[in-house]
Design a protein around this ligand. Structure first.
Ligand SMILES: NC(=O)c1ccc[n+]([C@@H]2O[C@H](COP(=O)([O-])OP(=O)(O)OC[C@H]3O[C@@H](n4cnc5c(N)ncnc54)[C@H](OP(=O)(O)O)[C@@H]3O)[C@@H](O)[C@H]2O)c1
Length: 272
């Protein structure tokens, strides 16, 4: 039986993936903050697939805290011999700069530092799977110079656009580090081809909230439909790094990637 770990698996696309893999007979570990959403999800699957409840596990955690990410990684390491797929889909959109009690800028912590802790901390359990897959829902294609290596917390010039581009670029470079460490790993940065009707968790202004609600309702795709390419990636691993929008593969590999990946690892290790 495969073990699939999904951060942000209580809502939106993460929940759609959790439902799919539970219905298919896999063991699914969901990480989120809201146990009630997890229980409703499992109850829904269990109606058609009675064994789902015994294969579903929930770990409550606030992944904007590095200590919480570490705690979850330790728990997973202690309780699971191997992890076949790790889906990184926890999301909380902040338009304004916010600092966590640990002193990290909150979007950088949730969208990158926590993911770094998961991918590096679970390396041994992923290696044990033989053909492991990491799907990181960071939309590929950010500018190569998007990372502020001297100030990743963006103390001075935080904007939502800069912060978003920075974490997306960093998550692409994380794939370089992870696949170098384990050539058998399939590491994909993935974003949906089109807006998805999801929980849209976040602390955003009225303008962004209204736009997301209106556009999501009118044009948003259903999460179940949007995640079809992710299911395919997990079912058919192809070792190495890849970047996809929907099912479309994008080019990867810029001239400065190697140097930037090493620099990023040094900056992160120094800050954790
Ligand atoms: N929706 C789109 O159109 C779209 C477009 C491009 C990229 N994406 C990316 O796709 C991924 C999934 O997006 P989505 O829209 O499907 O998500 P969503 O419906 O907003 O759900 C967010 C998930 O993240 C969890 N979460 C939020 N803050 C958390 C925290 N501090 N600690 C732990 N878990 C936390 C939530 O769990 P709880 O409620 O249990 O806390 C929930 O399960 C994200 O990475 C997003 O950036 C989405």
């Amino acid at each position: 039986m495969r073990t699939i770990v999904i951060t942000g698996g209580t809502d939106g696309m993460g929940a759609a993936l959790a439902r799919h893999f539970l219905a298919r007979g896999d063991r699914v570990v969901v990480i989120g903050r809201n146990r009630a959403k997890f229980e409703a999800l499992v109850a829904g699957v269990t109606r058609g697939t009675p064994s789902a409840a015994s294969r579903a596990e929930f770990i409550a955690a606030d992944l904007s805290l590095v200590a919480e990410s570490r705690r979850v990684v330790d728990h997973l390491t202690a309780h699971h011999e191997r992890i076949d797929a790790l889906v990184l889909a926890a999301s909380f959109i902040r338009q304004r700069r916010h600092v966590t009690p640990e002193g990290h800028e909150a979007s950088w912590a949730l969208f990158f530092l926590g993911k770094y802790v998961f991918v590096t901390g679970l390396a041994a359990r992923l290696r044990a799977a033989g053909h492991p897959v990491v799907v990181n829902t960071a939309v590929p294609g950010a500018r190569p110079d998007a990372i502020d290596f001297d100030d990743p917390g963006m103390t001075d010039a935080f904007t939502f656009t800069r912060s978003n581009a920075q974490q997306r670029r960093a998550n692409e470079l994380l794939g370089l580090l992870a696949t170098r460490d384990n050539p058998a790993l399939t590491y994909v940065t993935w974003g949906p081809a089109w807006l998805v009707k999801s929980g849209f968790a976040g602390d955003v202004g009225l303008g962004m909230r209204t736009a997301a609600t209106v556009f999501g309702t009118l044009f948003g795709r259903r999460p179940e439909k949007a995640v079809a390419p992710v299911i395919d990636l997990i079912d058919h691993p192809a070792p190495g790094r890849a970047a996809l929008r929907g099912a479309k593969r994008l080019a990867l590999g810029g001239a400065r990637d190697d140097k930037d990946a090493v620099r990023l690892a040094a900056v992160v290790e120094n800050s954790l």
